[in-house]
Write a protein that binds this ligand. Structure first.
Ligand SMILES: NC(=O)c1ccc[n+]([C@@H]2O[C@H](COP(=O)([O-])OP(=O)(O)OC[C@H]3O[C@@H](n4cnc5c(N)ncnc54)[C@H](OP(=O)(O)O)[C@@H]3O)[C@@H](O)[C@H]2O)c1
Length: 357
């Protein structure tokens, strides 16, 4: 049920004119818990949000289009209950702790604080229990606010698929090769003459993130500390000329037998806390298993499921070299499940747990 606008929490979207920022603003139009009251930017400061994003093809509410883009500072965020932060990396590094210190509750898509032992790195279906380290964060940092992070766009879909497999079979080693969309590089991103008719087998610092972030998310939490999961991940990344949706091909080695039919059942039955709580941005099936030939494909499957862009689609589940290994392909929408959508779902979970008030 939609709550009246005046009882919603006030939300700020930082870097709201960017690829991820626009996703936020669009997904938060008519949200039952949050109302966007502040948008920030850099070159667009002082302009109406609707003018600054005139070329977007995403639906944006008329109310938000009328907001004036502000600079990012604790003053401009006064009276805000939650801050969604897809700030550029270098700015996020210094600004996000300042905002948290000033009393703001910040959830970030940027990378600098993801591996900080005092910052929970959350995919809400994977590790909602890691939010418990916020108590230690508050005591250690003496922040009046808080900082929570969302993983790298490729690591988000990967962790979601690895979670039920690790719980059921125990992972020993994962090798992942990615085909990543151009929107993952932001706007204007990769020069068109570099990417049309081409594949670039490199994305700066991406492999390191894919190899470490899922281990933190799949780690065990206790006494405010996270012990990372013990298996190994090896990543090989490629930028390709698709617009949205990162495709990932996985080779997995497991402790127990890898039986493709059983793995398909485990993945399609997987549900997390967001599904149990029926959170507004929670897809009914976080992982959709497709048996169609040659799927998943970015063009056909990136918006599959009840909340477009929030389900990861898995196909081509098959055996590896021996009985304890297997292969599969997954597709995850990078600006939705890999950024804005996942972060909004985290905020919904935090709202339900009373962490935003
Ligand atoms: N793209 C993805 O798939 C993805 C996925 C996960 C995480 N991320 C992370 O999300 C962040 C944003 O990525 P993006 O793809 O949205 O980048 P983007 O399209 O290049 O947008 C960056 C935006 O940042 C704004 N900006 C720059 N300095 C600012 C400041 N001091 N205060 C407020 N806004 C400022 C700019 O606003 P003006 O237009 O006003 O100059 C610009 O619109 C990055 O940290 C990225 O690593 C991206």
């Amino acid at each position: 049920m939609v709550r009246p606008a005046d009882s919603k929490l006030r939300a700020a979207v930082l870097a709201a004119t960017g690829m991820v920022g626009q996703r936020y603003v669009s997904m938060l139009s008519n949200h039952p818990f949050f109302l966007v009251t502040v948008v920030t930017g850099q070159s667009s400061v002082g302009r109406k949000y609707g003018q600054a994003t005139a070329s977007t093809n995403l639906p944006i509410s008329e109310e938000t289009k009328r907001l004036t883009v502000k600079a990012t500072s604790p003053d401009s965020l006064d009276n805000v209950d939650v801050v969604f932060s897809p700030l550029p990396t270098e700015i996020a590094k210094t600004q996000e702790p300042q905002l948290a210190r000033a009393g703001l509750r910040v959830i970030t898509d940027a990378s600098p604080h993801r591996m900080d032992s005092l910052v929970p790195l959350i995919v809400p279906e994977v590790n909602p229990d890691h939010l418990e380290i916020l108590e230690r964060q508050r005591r250690a940092r003496k922040w009046k606010g808080l900082l929570v992070a969302t993983p790298n766009c490729t690591a988000a879909g990967l962790a979601l698929v690895l979670k039920p497999i690790h719980d059921a079979l125990g992972l020993k080693r994962v090798v992942v090769s990615t085909l990543q969309a151009v929107s993952g590089a932001g706007y204007p991103g990769v020069p068109s003459l570099d990417i049309i008719d081409n594949v670039i087998p490199y994305v700066k610092e991406e492999e390191e993130k894919i190899e470490t972030e899922p281990l933190k998310m799949l780690g065990e939490v206790g006494n405010g500390r996270i012990a990372p999961a013990k298996f190994e991940i090896g990543a090989m990344v490629h930028r390709v000329a698709t617009t949205d949706g990162h495709l990932e091909s996985l080779y997995l080695e497991t402790e127990d037998r890898f039986e493709p039919e059983k793995v398909a059942r485990i993945l399609s039955k997987f549900r997390g806390e967001p599904q149990k709580l029926k959170l507004p941005t929670a897809p009914k099936e976080p992982i959709i298993v497709t048996r169609l030939e040659g799927r998943p494909q970015p063009k056909l499957d990136r918006y599959a499921g009840t909340v477009p862009g929030m389900s990861v689609v898995v196909g081509r589940i098959r055996k590896g070299f021996d009985s304890k290994s297997g292969r599969l392909t997954l597709l995850s929408h990078n600006t939705i499940r890999g950024a804005a959508g996942s972060t909004i779902l985290t905020a919904e979970l935090m709202y339900k747990k009373g962490l935003l008030s």
